[in-house]
Design a protein around this ligand. Sequence first.
Ligand SMILES: CC(C)(COP(=O)(O)OP(=O)(O)OC[C@H]1O[C@@H](n2cnc3c(N)ncnc32)[C@H](O)[C@@H]1OP(=O)(O)O)[C@@H](O)C(=O)NCCC(=O)NCCS
Length: 166
Amino acid sequence: MEQPPFSVIPLSKDNVREGFCSGSEALDHYFSAQVGQDIKRNITNCFIAVDNVNQQTAGYYTLSAAQIPLPGLPKEIARKMPRYDAVPASRIGRLAVDRRYQGKGIGSALIADALLRSSHSSMAVYALLVDAKNEQAEAFYLHHGFIPCIGALHTLFLPLKTISKI
Ligand SMILES: CC(C)(COP(=O)(O)OP(=O)(O)OC[C@H]1O[C@@H](n2cnc3c(N)ncnc32)[C@H](O)[C@@H]1OP(=O)(O)O)[C@@H](O)C(=O)NCCC(=O)NCCS
């Protein structure tokens, strides 16, 4: 059977992190210098898209537990929720695709992977939350159907039930 061009796997010590260049200095620096420490301390998990031809890291995202305060949900959604203070979520804290691989659907594939992993969790997860670093990133998430949270600039969510539509 033919191998797919990319695989999404948990980041390990064997994967190349140096030289990753998405065009966002902050996201590149985090990936090459900091993410390992955060994984060790159970602050985040990190998943990468690997080019199966040359083993290069084409993209990454981080995933952690989170919650959305009920007032952060639009009224029409919040009114269908139980009267808890917050609903459970998982959070993509960072997501970036190397410039050489942008425009090939890897960003979308990483979002789909985060939705799948969240829905397979033993913990209940209502939605996937994202922190968009700027307006361009926000436009990317809006394009994928994410809904802006109320009162939290550049934070958006996507209910996991959306997964069946992807
Ligand atoms: C934003 C980013 C993650 C997109 O990744 P990518 O792999 O190039 O995007 P994809 O090829 O998966 O694009 C999928 C779809 O999103 C659309 N899209 C991509 N970037 C977009 C943007 N900034 N705004 C709106 N739509 C966008 C594409 O047109 C495509 O649409 P289609 O499926 O309808 O044809 C990537 O450009 C990047 O890493 N940028 C620098 C870092 C950054 O801004 N990260 C954002 C998270 S904080």
